[in-house]
Design a protein around this ligand. Structure first.
Ligand code: AKB
Length: 339
């Protein structure tokens, strides 16, 4: 029996999965199989060809998958985010690193069996950076992909290491074997800034103060922001994040000069976000209750990143700047959501 060609999305029930499934299903050019420990919301489940509920750590499950499907595109979204990972570093390592290793090995075996490279999209993060102190952060300006690669969180270490693992599979896999086995996995990573979605609320991240503030205000709930008002990191509206993943997936291999790309859209401080939220929701009850430990993580992330390689190599160009993200996407969609 012929195996069925599909795109595989792990961690599909998370925030990025939501937008990605909707976009991929809208195009209608690929069958979609998802893998997550959590069930998809019913309206998303209807858009996929098969929903598998299970763990990326379950190797028997991946074995069965190999026998049944021919995968040539993977979006490996499953991960524990930065704040949660600090509370459970071993679980974080298992999901974020061992899980990714399993998926890379799965992709390698898929590529070997059907003979085409498997395009492997990996959402990395600004957490892969580690600025030593606020003075260095202020001085650094737009940080390039190869600078300040000394993360100070478990999640950041996991992301940075998996970027290297992906590059190893793509370029050097089993380099001492008599036959050439590298190149079966076409690994492509994006270092995402904090993502802000109008339709989902994140959990377990450290950039969560921005989406939490907006969603709380829209619901008329008070919000105590855990970040200092002057905290500045890069952010992006979710639709641009999804478009970026799809654009990098579609880019001709020969145009890519690297395996890991920064992308960014805007980088307001926490109190700039607060001002915009107050304009949209005049009654918003926003206060600050700074969590010094989480603040330390935010202070180690860059205030801005240099995304010129992504713009040059695969045409990255975000549609939403700060004003447009709020006026044209977040505020109207969120208002609708909580009506
Ligand atoms: C987190 O805060 O952990 C994530 C991220 C920036 O990768 N949103």
């Amino acid at each position: 029996m012929l195996r069925k060609p599909v795109v595989l999305i792990t961690g599909a029930s998370g925030e990025i999965g939501h937008g990605l499934i909707t976009s991929l299903a809208g195009r209608g050019d690929r069958r979609i199989v998802t893998l997550d420990v959590k069930a998809l919301e019913p309206e998303l489940a209807r858009l996929v060809d098969q929903e598998i509920i299970g763990s990326i750590l379950d190797t028997a499950l991946l074995e069965r998958f190999i026998a049944e499907y021919e995968v040539d595109l993977i979006f490996h979204l499953a991960a524990l985010l930065s704040t949660r990972s600090e509370f459970t570093p071993i679980a974080a390592h298992q999901v974020n690193v061992e899980g990714t290793l399993h998926l890379l090995e799965f992709a390698q075996r898929q590529g070997e069996s059907h003979g085409r490279p498997v395009v492997f999209l990996y959402p990395s993060s600004i957490a892969a950076y580690g600025l030593p102190n606020l003075e260095a952060k202020d001085r650094a300006g737009k940080v390039g992909e190869d600078e300040f690669n000394a993360p100070s969180t478990m999640y950041g270490c996991n992301k940075l290491y998996c970027e290297h693992l992906g590059r190893y599979y793509a370029r050097h896999y089993k380099r001492l074997a008599p036959e050439i086995l590298a190149g079966k996995v076409d690994f492509r990573a994006i270092r995402f800034p904090g993502l802000i979605s109008a339709v989902t609320v994140p959990s377990g991240g450290t950039s969560d103060y921005a989406p939490e503030m907006i969603h709380a205000a829209a619901q008329g709930k008070p919000y105590a922001c855990f970040a200092r008002p002057d905290t500045r990191i890069p952010f992006m509206a979710m639709p641009d994040g999804v478009t970026a993943l799809l654009a990098l997936a579609a880019a001709p291999h020969g145009r890519l000069s690297r395996t890991v790309y920064n992308i960014s859209a805007f980088n307001p401080s926490a109190n700039e976000i607060e001002s915009i939220v107050r304009l949209a929701f005049p009654g918003a009850a926003i206060s600050y209750q700074i969590d010094a430990r989480r603040q330390g993580i935010l202070d180690s992330w860059p205030a801005d990143v240099d995304d010129s390689a992504a713009r040059h190599d695969w045409g990255f160009a975000p549609e939403y700047d700060l004003q447009r993200a709020f006026d044209g996407y977040l505020i109207p969609t969120i208002r609708q959501r909580y009506r």
